[in-house]
Write a protein that binds this ligand. Structure first.
Ligand code: NAP
Length: 247
């Protein structure tokens, strides 16, 4: 489909930037959303130069938007419609701090789940009514099984994946694609200095896998694919053994 109208949430994420570079073309119109206005302006210039898409920006904290419906309606009006959304919004947070600091604890849950659902609500209704649309959300393999080292983040991602599963079951019949991306380690700001895992993928690799999944109508993907096998093994460990592991 040409001349698509996108909103990209978390547009300053390296994954979002790589995805936009991969899929946007001349004639497409896109609104980039994140908090950092200066970085948004840099990304907007880069995307416009590389893809020739028309780019606008909206700097805001998703957790401070009062009326998500009005927010979506206003952007859709400026774009001249809306047919695709991409959510790279999220916060890894500090799980150790979250054990004692309820504000951190709640921030991790809200930025990875509630903060996104408030926008999916009006977007789903809009797409259902127009009988087309594409919703892509970056979830995580961390949501497949709770671990002591990141269960607050993991629980928010698990909730996100379940929410998307329900949304897909509702919207598939009206021709709306809902794509859940279960991501493993990816080389971005979020995990910089926190892991030196050999399993870390590049944002470019991830973006291309998501673009291919979008094009072939996929529902749920693990990126890179080997994470599906890793998580299958992790999920098959009996709970009485799993609870004693230091993971
Ligand atoms: N990197 C990984 O290894 C990995 C693995 C699994 C899943 N993921 C998921 O992939 C997605 C992208 O993450 P990333 O690794 O690219 O990290 P990132 O660079 O930190 O990207 C997160 C994006 O969300 C935006 N954001 C965060 N809180 C926000 C808020 N309250 N309001 C508005 N925008 C907000 C950030 O922009 P501002 O700071 O400017 O607002 C940024 O654009 C996240 O959902 C993450 O959980 C990442």
């Amino acid at each position: 489909m040409s001349n698509k109208k996108w909103i990209i949430f978390g547009a300053t994420s390296f994954i979002a930037v790589s995805f936009m570079r991969t899929i946007l073309k001349k004639g497409d119109v896109v609104c980039l959303v994140a908090r950092d206005a200066a970085e948004l302006a840099n990304v907007a210039a880069d995307i416009h130069i590389r893809t020739q898409a028309s780019v606008m920006t909206r700097s805001c904290d998703l957790m401070k938007v009062d009326d998500a419906q009005e927010f979506i309606n206003a952007i859709a009006h400026e774009l001249g419609g809306l047919d695709s959304v991409f959510f790279a919004t999220g916060e890894l947070g500090d799980q150790t701090q979250a054990r004692t600091d309820i504000e951190w604890h709640n921030k991790i849950i809200v930025s990875n789940f509630n903060g996104i659902c408030q926008f999916l609500h009006p977007i789903a209704n809009r797409f259902e009514q127009q009988r087309n649309g594409c919703i892509i959300v970056l979830s995580s393999v961390a949501g497949d099984r709770g671990r002591q080292s990141n269960y607050v983040y993991g629980a928010a991602k698990a909730a996100m994946s379940a929410y998307l599963q329900g949304l897909r079951n509702r919207l598939d019949r009206v021709g709306v694609q809902v794509l859940t991306v279960k991501l493993g380690y990816t080389d971005t700001r979020m995990i910089y200095g926190k892991t030196n895992s050999k399993l870390t993928a590049s944002p470019q690799f991830v973006a291309q896998a998501i673009a291919a999944a979008m094009d072939n109508g996929s529902d749920v993907i693990y990126v890179p694919r080997f994470w599906q096998l890793i998580m299958l093994i992790i999920c098959s460990i009996p709970e009485r053994i799993f609870k004693k592991l230091s993971l």
